[in-house]
Design a protein around this ligand. Structure first.
Ligand code: AMP
Length: 558
């Protein structure tokens, strides 16, 4: 039977490698790219990690190359990790051909690279900076390259390598074949393609195909200072085999990894401040299951092929929907359904909507797990373990010990309870939120049927919700001042929004907000005297509710 790979035009040697790799059917990008690349066409592929793009350009490249005396193919990647990953994939796919592939990247000893280059290499996979270096030093000759791949071109642009890429492009003979891959196509990348690619075949792998349909996507709306507690409690509630946690900055990745470590989690940071050896050590530890949590920044994690991730946490929300796809597309790859949990602060609510419309999939609201939820979960787990032990491990000596203890004036229940207490002595302290949560965005988060931890959230969220619901008609409390807001029910404003916006934007606790009366074109809000000037200052047209700037002033005394 002719396999689907064979019908793309791949020859026997390559098909053998594909079989060894266990690929059965080509992915959409492979179906489109392989025949075109085998026919010698240039290609511009909009696709990201996880689509099978590496095999899409490596397989035809290997088929078109024979072992030679000079570097014939150059693959440029934005990060060392991606370069190493592509090299590994290429080496696996080249098993039945005598083609020599090597990686070059910054931070690696020059001697080793020089020796290998002198011995003869057919394909070089490298990061732009080091490739440039080697060319300048006349250690790498690209004058015979006839196959060039730019992988994750938008990342190279983002990292400021575009100029280097162009200067490398200029050094390669014009008759070459070029394939450019990019997750997004900003105008600089389009210009690069227009200038350096000849009549390329353009392939776009739709976002939906790209990623998240296989991912259970959830989100948690919370204040910034409640994130640490929410994260560690979620780590307990969920069954985590491997988690990648994204933060916005290198410093926060490091701080969060340190914090998790100090709480007893097997976590490490992965970011650009770390040298290459350290980064590889972290990845190695993850692969060997010595750690199961990696805290990373977008750039450090880009292009990583980390297998076995059950969860991706967006501790800091991504910049935009594209970045969200990049991050979340990493879970659930091995056929299993992955879980992605994104934290949004109240002011990031717009981004949540953007992501949902971009992925065309709704995310499910997840209440912040409460202390009770964590306790319930721990007890559940402990019982499972104990029941298992009851079936298997108790020895006669254990039973004798119980009999001896029973000679003391204690009931067997008391002895068992004390033993459980001892056995659970090493449990971590439960993290408590820094402050009560603010009101949530919309009613779907309050629906108990909607999702999540049955008894959870119900302890936290409805508290503030109920408080607001019963607010109307209450008398103004001691120590509160009344503010007037320029928006009202005609603007679509609900009490929830008012509490959410004020508490979220100013950082004051929601309990400092009292009675709310909404009229047609304005509203009154009682706030604690202590916070009133801060609220007035922070609210003067600086944020919006339902698309309109919020203005607050002291209400006239009635
Ligand atoms: P990539 O998008 O190149 O990073 O590939 C993502 C993952 O998909 C890698 O682990 C590949 O080994 C795997 N892969 C690529 N092509 C196929 C295929 N046709 N069938 C199954 N797995 C594949």
């Amino acid at each position: 039977m002719i396999s689907e790979f064979e019908s793309l035009g791949l020859d026997e040697k390559i098909l053998r490698s594909i079989e060894k790799l266990g690929f059965e059917t080509p992915t959409p990008i492979q179906q489109q790219a392989i025949p075109a690349l085998l026919a010698g066409r240039d290609l511009m592929g909009q696709a990201q990690t996880g689509t099978g793009k590496t095999a899409a350009f490596v397989l035809p490249l290997l088929q078109r190359l024979e072992r030679g005396t000079c570097v014939q193919a150059l693959i440029l990647a934005p990060t060392r990790e991606l370069a190493i990953q592509v090299t590994k994939a290429a080496a696996q796919m080249a098993q039945d051909k005598a083609i020599r592939v090597m990686t070059v990247y910054g931070g690696q000893a020059y001697n080793l690279q020089i020796r290998q280059l002198k011995q003869g290499v057919d394909v070089v996979v490298g990061t732009t900076g080091r490739v440039m270096d080697l060319i300048r030093k006349n250690l790498l000759d690209i004058s015979q390259v006839h196959y060039l791949v730019l992988d994750e071109a938008d990342e190279m642009l983002e990292m400021g390598f575009l100029e280097d890429v162009e200067s490398i492009l200029k050094g390669i003979p014009a008759g070459r074949q070029t394939a450019l891959f990019s997750a997004t196509l900003p105008k600089e990348i389009r210009r690069l393609a227009d200038q350096y690619l000849r009549d390329p075949l353009e392939i776009t792998i739709e976002s939906k195909q790209r990623t998240v349909s296989e991912t259970d996507q959830r989100y948690c709306l919370l204040r910034q200072d409640n994130k640490p507690a929410a994260l560690v409690n979620l780590l307990e509630m969920e069954d985590i085999s491997g988690a990648l946690i994204f933060t916005r900055t290198r410093a926060s990745a490091q701080n969060l990894a340190d914090d998790l470590k100090s709480r007893g989690y097997a976590a490490e940071a992965l970011h650009g401040d770390m040298d290459q050896t350290k980064r590889e050590k972290v990845l190695g530890a993850f692969r060997k299951h010595l750690i199961n949590i990696v805290v990373a920044t977008d750039v450090a994690a880009r292009g990583l092929d980390i297998q076995g991730l059950s969860h991706v946490f967006n501790y800091d929300a991504p910049n935009d929907a594209e970045d969200y796809l990049h991050r979340v597309g990493r879970t659930g790859r091995a056929g299993g359904k992955g879980i992605a949990i994104t934290f949004f602060t109240p002011r990031e609510r717009g981004l949540l909507k953007d992501i949902e419309s971009y992925t065309r999939q709704a995310m499910t609201a997840l209440p912040m797990p409460s202390k009770e939820n964590v306790i319930d979960r721990r007890e559940e787990r402990f019982m499972e373990k104990l029941l298992e032990a009851l079936n298997t491990t108790a020895t006669n000596r254990d039973r004798e010990l119980v009999a001896r203890l029973a000679e003391f004036p204690f009931a067997v229940e008391e002895i068992a309870a004390a033993a459980i207490k001892l056995a659970r002595g090493a449990e971590k302290e439960i993290a408590l939120p820094a402050a009560p949560e603010v009101a949530r965005v919309d009613s779907r988060e309050f629906s108990p049927k909607k999702r999540g931890y049955p008894k959870a959230g119900m302890t936290d969220t409805p508290h503030s919700f109920k408080k607001k619901e019963h607010r109307k008609g209450q008398r103004r409390e001691e120590g509160m001042v009344r503010l007037q807001m320029n928006l009202g029910s005609a603007d679509g404003i609900h009490p929830n929004d008012v509490v959410g916006a004020i508490a979220g934007e100013t950082g004051i606790p929601s309990r400092s907000i009292g009675k709310i009366d909404i009229f047609d074109r304005h509203a009154f809000v009682d706030v604690s005297e202590q916070h009133s000037s801060h609220i007035l200052h922070a609210s003067d047209g600086k944020y919006k509710l339902r698309g309109k700037a919020v203005r607050l002033k002291l209400a006239a005394k009635s």
